[in-house]
Design a protein around this ligand. Structure first.
Ligand SMILES: [Zn+2]
Ligand SMILES: [Zn+2]
Length: 297
C-alpha cells in the first residue's frame, strides 16, 4: 500500500492502519480548542478567555451545546472529503479514501470520548435532501457518523432527522442569507426518547447555520442538548497554514480548485457578517485523480 498523500510505501507502522505514511499522518492539521468557539465552532474574531463562547453565542445564544472538530479543513482532508463525496470517482465508498475517512472518524470518536466522556446518548447524522441523496447514491455523512458512534459505543440513528427542503449550497450565498437558507430545512422523522444528549455529525463545519438549524429541530423535539461532531472545520484564509502541502508535494490528488460542491454546515447566529464571508471557504470540486492502481498495488 502507498500513502495517498505522498505516494511513499506505507509499512505496517502506518498509524491506525490508515493509508497515510507516518509523516503525512502527523502533518494532518488537527483542530485545536483555540481554533474556534467551543460552543458553535466559530473561529474567534477577537481575543476571548479560554473556553469562553464567541460573541455571537454570548449575545444570541446557540442551539449547540458544544462543538468537537478533529481537523482543520486544509491540506489532505480538503482533498479527501470531496473525493469521498463523489460516488462516481475511483475513490467511492469502498476505496482507499473511504478507509482514510473511516479511520479519521474513529480517531474523532476516541477524541470525543476523552473530551466528552459519558456526555452523549445518541449519534445522529445531518441528512441530505432525498433528491440530492438519490443523485449522490448515499449520504456521505452516514459512514462518518457510524464510525464515530462505533468508537463511542453509542447507537446511531441515520434516519432520525430528515431534510424537508432542498437548500442552495451555502457557499453560493451571502452570509446574511445562509441562515434563512437552512431555516426550517429539517424535521424529526423518527420519535426518540426525550432528554437525550445527541451528537450531531457533519463532515465539514463551515458557516454553522446548517448544524444550528438541525440542532434547533432536535431541541424542539425534546433533546436535552446537541453537540456538533464535525470531521473538519474551516478557518479564515488568513489563518490557514501557508505553503500547505496541497501544491508542494507529489500528492495522489491534484490540487483542487475551490468553488464547487456544497458546504454543509458550521457556525453561530449573530456572527459578524464580514467574518462569516472570510470563513466560508467553499468546498472544492472533487479533485482530479491520478491513477490509483499504479500507486496502490
Ligand atoms: Zn505520505
Ligand atoms: Zn460561538
Amino acid at each position: 500500500m502507498r500513502c495517498i498523500e505522498c505516494g511513499a510505501l506505507v509499512g505496517v507502522d502506518s498509524p491506525h492502519g490508515r493509508p497515510f505514511c507516518v509523516a503525512c499522518d502527523a502533518a494532518l492539521p488537527r483542530w485545536r480548542r483555540a481554533d474556534g468557539c467551543p460552543r458553535c465552532g466559530s473561529w474567534r474574531t477577537r481575543p476571548l478567555e479560554a473556553n469562553a463562547a464567541c460573541p455571537g453565542c454570548l449575545s444570541l445564544g446557540s442551539a449547540l451545546h458544544r462543538c468537537h472538530a478533529l481537523l482543520r479543513y486544509e491540506g489532505a482532508i480538503r482533498r479527501i472529503v470531496p473525493a469521498f463525496k463523489n460516488p462516481r470517482g475511483p475513490f467511492g465508498p469502498p476505496s482507499v479514501v473511504a478507509r482514510a475517512v473511516a479511520s479519521l472518524a474513529r480517531e474523532h470518536g476516541h477524541r470525543i470520548s476523552s473530551e466528552a466522556s459519558g456526555q452523549l446518548d445518541l449519534i445522529v447524522s445531518v441528512p441530505l435532501h432525498p433528491r440530492r441523496q438519490r443523485q449522490r447514491g448515499f449520504n456521505h455523512v452516514d459512514p462518518i457518523a457510524r464510525e464515530i458512534a462505533r468508537a463511542l459505543r453509542l447507537p446511531f440513528r441515520p434516519r432520525l432527522l430528515a431534510r424537508v427542503r432542498q437548500t442552495q449550497t451555502q457557499a453560493s450565498l451571502a452570509a446574511v442569507s445562509r441562515r434563512d437558507n437552512v431555516r426550517g430545512a429539517f424535521r424529526v422523522a423518527q420519535a426518540f426518547e426525550g432528554d437525550l444528549r445527541i451528537g450531531l455529525v457533519d463532515d465539514v463545519l463551515t458557516t454553522g447555520h446548517t448544524l444550528e438549524a438541525a440542532a434547533d429541530c432536535l431541541l424542539e423535539a425534546g433533546a436535552l442538548e446537541v453537540r456538533a461532531l464535525s470531521l473538519a472545520a474551516t478557518l479564515p484564509r488568513s489563518i490557514l497554514r501557508r505553503g500547505s502541502r496541497a501544491g508542494s508535494r507529489s500528492a495522489t490528488y491534484a490540487p483542487a480548485a475551490p468553488g464547487g460542491a456544497s458546504a454543509s454546515s458550521g457556525g453561530a447566529p449573530g456572527r459578524d457578517p464580514v467574518a462569516d464571508v472570510d470563513r466560508s471557504i467553499p468546498h472544492p470540486e472533487p479533485p482530479r485523480l491520478r491513477s490509483q492502481e499504479s500507486r496502490c498495488p
